[in-house]
Design a protein around this ligand. Structure first.
Ligand SMILES: NC(=O)c1ccc[n+]([C@@H]2O[C@H](COP(=O)([O-])OP(=O)(O)OC[C@H]3O[C@@H](n4cnc5c(N)ncnc54)[C@H](OP(=O)(O)O)[C@@H]3O)[C@@H](O)[C@H]2O)c1
Length: 252
């Protein structure tokens, strides 16, 4: 049974990606939805009529969740046609002034979980399958005030580019989507809402459009997909300018 696995499926962009998978990947028959809030996953599962859905209530910051996921893969032996590494968090705050747990959580979820889930899932992916990693415009240049977050997303984008080359021989495509700010729970969870002039100034991306564009980019086998012209332009500027200089302007 052709399976799609989506982390962070309980809200925001992940929930929207789940809703739109059928439009872009009509061959998907089975969904594995992963997040901590099982009740939210069950509600989303109920909307996927005619599909087989497994709700995996896992805390991806806890290494024991990798053991549970590995065991589920071993028992079910799924044919994974799409893996979406979407779960992520970003906390605003100055280094040395915020609690350490929020800093390490970004590393655990944004990097470690994505790396672990990908490594465990790839053996179940064949030619013509796709990985979609959710990165950010923050990956283009370090952003003081959210330094750990931007560094974690730089890893996601770099990992995507390397993995795309590595997995090409296997016929698996790897795509990173790099959205600008979106009005999701991310802003509240990360203490960003009301506390960042930069986030108030920047043009927002609509998660409905980002989800559709990202899925189509994955299907087309593109490596990097940046929604909105303004952020495509920012990516080019960030490539051309020294990062030490640009980072003086990117404080959030
Ligand atoms: N919103 C933005 O401005 C923005 C901009 C660029 C990129 N992004 C990226 O977009 C992705 C989706 O974020 P979003 O904006 O849709 O925010 P969101 O609504 O807060 O979604 C985050 C998702 O990750 C899950 N999650 C959080 N901690 C988890 C954990 N420990 N274990 C398992 N799942 C966990 C959440 O589910 P539970 O709470 O149920 O676990 C939720 O489903 C993230 O990778 C984020 O970095 C966001």
């Amino acid at each position: 049974m052709k399976t799609a696995i989506i982390t962070g499926a309980s809200s925001g962009l992940g929930q929207e990606i789940v809703r739109q998978i059928g439009d872009v990947f009509p061959e998907v028959e089975s969904y594995w939805l992963i997040a901590r809030r099982g009740d939210r996953l069950e509600q989303i599962a109920a909307t996927l009529s005619g599909k087989t859905v497994a709700c995996l209530t896992l805390d991806l910051c806890d290494a024991m969740s990798f053991v549970a996921f590995q065991e589920k893969l071993r028992c079910e032996q799924p044919e994974v046609t799409l893996l979406v590494n979407n779960a992520g968090c970003g906390y605003l705050g100055a280094i040395g002034e915020v609690d350490t747990a929020s800093q390490t959580k970004m590393v655990d979820l944004n990097l470690r979980a994505l790396t672990a889930i990908t490594n465990m899932t790839v053996p179940y992916m064949g030619p013509g399958s796709h990985i979609l990693n959710v990165s950010s415009i923050a990956s283009f240049c370090p952003t003081p005030g959210m330094t750990a977050y931007s560094a974690s997303k730089a890893y996601v984008t770099a990992y995507t580019v390397g993995a795309a080359q590595e997995l090409r021989r296997k016929g698996v495509s790897v795509t990173a989507v790099c959205p600008g700010p979106m009005n999701t729970e991310f802003l509240r969870v990360g203490n960003i809402a009301g506390n960042s002039r930069m986030f108030e100034m920047l043009p927002y991306c609509d998660q409905v459009r980002v989800a559709g564009g990202a899925l189509r980019a994955a299907r087309a086998g593109r490596t990097i997909y940046t929604p909105r012209l303004v952020y495509k332009t920012y990516r080019l500027i960030a490539k051309a300018m020294p990062q030490t200089l640009l980072a003086k302007l990117t404080r959030v």
